[in-house]
Design a protein. Structure first.
Length: 273
């Protein structure tokens, strides 16, 4: 599964900063450009947006600039403004991977336009076939549409490129859970946890696998670990639900033993006359 806006933000901002540092344009010589990116990195989205908009007046044909403006708009919860800026970036440079990735995210997560998101993510894969994140993002959109086998194929490709890619292992594990392929899910979550023992998604997935295997104590132990790190209400609910299942099985076992004991006593009484 894709982790959400914060994860996307970190990836895009890091990638875009790297790209911007490599591109040699007139924009690179303007101190306001580096200052605007610094503001954005530090979370000052409103100031960054103002600075970036001023820069677009002087440099209207810079795709990186439009891409950063789109990110600032998103941070300010203005997806429509972000979409306008990112589409402008793509018009300037149709091969701008970060802009297409951001547009696909907006289409999927904000507008719920799954088909358009798949189209954009597929274009990113076409532009950067050796980028594992591109295949993982495409898999997320395919999963959203219910095309689980195609999503797994994309994740397999990502893992061919980068075998120790925790996000791909995690996402594939959750698809296996949805398909009730429990051994495969356990394998992926095990591998993801070896790479990152505190991976929240993999821990949640392993708890689900252990519950299916009726290792309720193990599942609750993982959930207690998650609760200790972050007292999320959902974790509490899951922990309580599994606790009720454990308690129910104990009660059922006691009831069965009690019934058998009663029948044994009755049979012995009848035998003794």
């Amino acid at each position: 599964m894709i982790r959400g806006w914060l994860a996307l933000w970190a990836v895009l901002l890091g990638a875009s900063c790297s790209l911007a540092a490599e591109v040699n344009t007139l924009l690179q010589g303007d101190v306001r450009w580096s200052e605007a990116r610094k503001l954005l990195r530090e979370g000052n989205a409103a100031q960054a947006k103002t600075a970036l908009e001023e820069l677009t007046k002087k440099y209207p044909n810079e795709a990186d600039l439009q891409s950063f403006l789109a990110m600032a708009q998103l941070r300010l919860r203005n997806p429509d403004g972000a979409a306008i800026a990112v589409k402008r970036a793509i018009e300037i440079n149709p091969s701008h991977v970060e802009a297409r990735t951001l547009l696909a995210w907006i289409q999927l997560e904000v507008r719920n336009d799954v088909d358009s998101a798949i189209k954009e993510y597929a274009k990113v894969v076409e532009l950067q076939p050796s980028l594992p994140d591109a295949h993982t993002n495409l898999a997320a959109a395919l999963k959203h549409k219910g095309q689980l086998d195609q999503a797994i194929a994309s994740l397999n490709k990502a893992l061919e490129i980068k075998p120790q890619f925790g996000a791909a292992l995690n996402n594939r594990g959750w698809i296996f859970v949805e398909q009730e392929k429990w051994p495969e899910a356990r394998r992926d979550f095990d591998q993801a946890l070896k790479l990152s023992p505190q991976d929240q998604g993999a821990l949640q997935g392993m708890a689900r696998v252990l519950e299916h295997e009726r290792d309720y104590a193990g599942a609750q132990q993982i959930l207690r670990q998650l609760i200790a790190r972050s007292p999320n209400f959902v974790h509490w609910l899951e922990w309580g639900r599994i606790g009720l299942i454990r308690f129910w099985w104990v009660l059922l076992t006691i009831a069965i033993l009690w019934a058998l004991k009663g029948r044994f006593r009755k049979a012995r009484t009848e035998a003794n006359g």
